[in-house]
Write a protein that binds this ligand. Sequence first.
Ligand code: G
Ligand code: G
Ligand code: MN
Length: 274
Amino acid sequence: MDKEPTSPPSDEFKRELARDLNDAFEVTQFFLVYQPTIDLQTSAFAGVEALLRWRHPRHGVLAPDAFIDVLDASGRIAEVSRWALATACAQGSAWHDKGYRFAVSVNVSSRQFALASFVSDVANALNESRFDPSLLVLEFSQSTLAREEAKATKKLDDLKQLGVRISVDDFVPGSSTFETLDSLGVDIVKLARPFVADLLSSVNSITLVHELVRQSDAHHVQVIASGVEDAEQRERLANENVHAGQGYFFSEPHEASEIDRFLEDFAIFSGKPL
Ligand code: G
Ligand code: G
Ligand code: MN
């Protein structure tokens, strides 16, 4: 896959992208890549996170950090949101039909969540794909959930009624009480990448993870570490009973066909039915 840009986009670049956006819809330059999540206790394949990409005609493959603001401001976020949900659910359903049964996570921005149609968009994506709702995970940032708290709670309730699971992305232990997480119906917390990166050098971080896992177990919340980049981190997280991990140590994000190959290799490697 093309190398992804890491520096924040300049205003000029954003203006250029805003002009190019119409083409992106017309010739479907958007696509999803999927990054595996691995169960840290059993090493089983636990799921994938769907990540949006734009194959730009001049700039190569762009990650959302480069264009999500442009998209949010374009008034076409609903279209992309529906497309991403429908595509991820259809892909999840296709994996299911092949005999693989694992969760598919989709990231939801504040703008997407604020759409009046958001809950029905999710319901439609599930109905059309026949994807098992309990295998669809919606990832929200803490700030998205904190905004318009009363409205958010109602929408999350409606989503939970559909049977989908709710995940908090970029979670830093200690930043939110379990009273709050429970009231929002949170099923999963994803440890923030910088927090995981500090884990080996910070005694304080280890204490925080330890306490988080203890409380998560009591509240039936799953803890997933993101940005796991080496064996030492994996080991430490597994020792602290963190449930699952995601990161370059296991796999980069890949297109669905490559995930299929990964799954075949994985089944042989782990010797476990998936
Ligand atoms: O893989 P990566 O560079 O794509 O992700 C960068 C950021 O973009 C992450 O914080 C991720 O949550 C967000 N992101 C990835 N895919 C999507 C998507 O489909 N919708 C939204 N709203 N955000 C996404
Ligand atoms: O915020 P969110 O978790 O949705 O972000 C996913 C982002 O993290 C994507 O940009 C993805 O490419 C990136 N990513 C995934 N695994 C790793 C990793 O091990 N290290 C680093 N530095 N980035 C990662
Ligand atoms: Mn995410």
